[in-house]
Design a protein around this ligand. Structure first.
Ligand SMILES: [Zn+2]
Length: 252
């Protein structure tokens, strides 16, 4: 099976005792590539370090809504030049946790979207209870390469995102009970979505409650395969090709 893990935080301290073994276990179950996600300067630099260490790992750089107080655009410009940096993110708005004032979040988000468009990099969106504002900032900047990481909107919002030719990414939340994500998955064009764990968060059933790792992406694949009634291999291969095309800009 070919699996592309499009969103993980393997630089976090959660993995400080067994990072190497955890990564090897993921490779063993079929994970071929991983994008390690930056949320501030330190994690962006650490993501690049991991990407330098493993040919299979790529990095994204940017300031998450929780860290925009220390947003420095020079850092984004500088780090984005690295050859293994494939996206700007995760960036966006979080009105659920409201880590920082909305105005501050919006300003840093908008500036990072501008930078990404200017240097022609895909944008990884963190959107929590801020669907319309995220959408508006992206539209205002005429952003083209966009993925809504850990998509949490309803079918109507998914249709709006897809109409822009943007992408949707599905996490282990799909394995939880009482969520509308299954309906979203049913309307996704097969070439418009990715899968991810958001490790160490959002651990899929049956491991919910424990630390998440990219190895558990197989549960996300299985669940999507159950919903769409297509073989797991096909889900893995399709999302693998989608991610390769989108992030690595290789021919489909
Ligand atoms: Zn994340």
């Amino acid at each position: 099976m070919n699996i592309f893990e499009t969103h993980a935080h393997l630089d976090f301290d959660d993995y400080k005792h067994d990072r190497e073994q955890m990564i090897q276990k993921a490779f063993k179950v079929g994970v071929k590539n991983i994008i390690n996600i930056g949320i501030d300067e330190k994690s962006s630099r650490d993501s690049i370090k991991l990407a330098e260490q493993y040919p299979e790992i790529y990095a994204s750089v940017g300031y998450h809504p929780s860290t925009v107080k220390i947003f420095n655009e020079k850092v984004v410009y500088e780090l984005a030049k690295h050859k293994k940096v494939v996206a700007i993110g995760e960036i966006g708005l979080d009105y659920y946790r409201n880590y920082n004032p909305k105005d501050m979040q919006k300003k840093a988000f908008a500036r990072q979207v501008e930078i990404a468009c200017e240097i022609d990099k895909p944008i990884i969106i963190h959107d929590r209870e801020a669907h319309e504002d995220c959408f508006d900032v992206l539209k205002q900047n005429k952003a083209k390469k966009v993925v809504f990481h850990c998509f949490s909107g309803d079918v109507a919002f998914a249709e709006k995102v897809l109409a822009e030719d943007w992408y949707i990414s599905i996490t282990g939340v799909i394995t939880y009970k009482n969520n509308d994500l299954a309906d979203v998955v049913r309307i996704l064009p097969k070439d418009k979505f990715f899968i991810e764990t958001d490790s160490p968060y959002l651990t899929p059933v049956p491991h919910r409650g424990k630390r998440n790792t990219p190895e558990y992406l197989t549960y996300v694949v299985q669940k999507i395969s159950d919903i769409l009634r297509i073989p797991p291999n096909l889900v893995a291969e399709q999302t693998y090709q989608n991610a390769k095309r989108f992030f690595l800009q290789e021919a489909f």
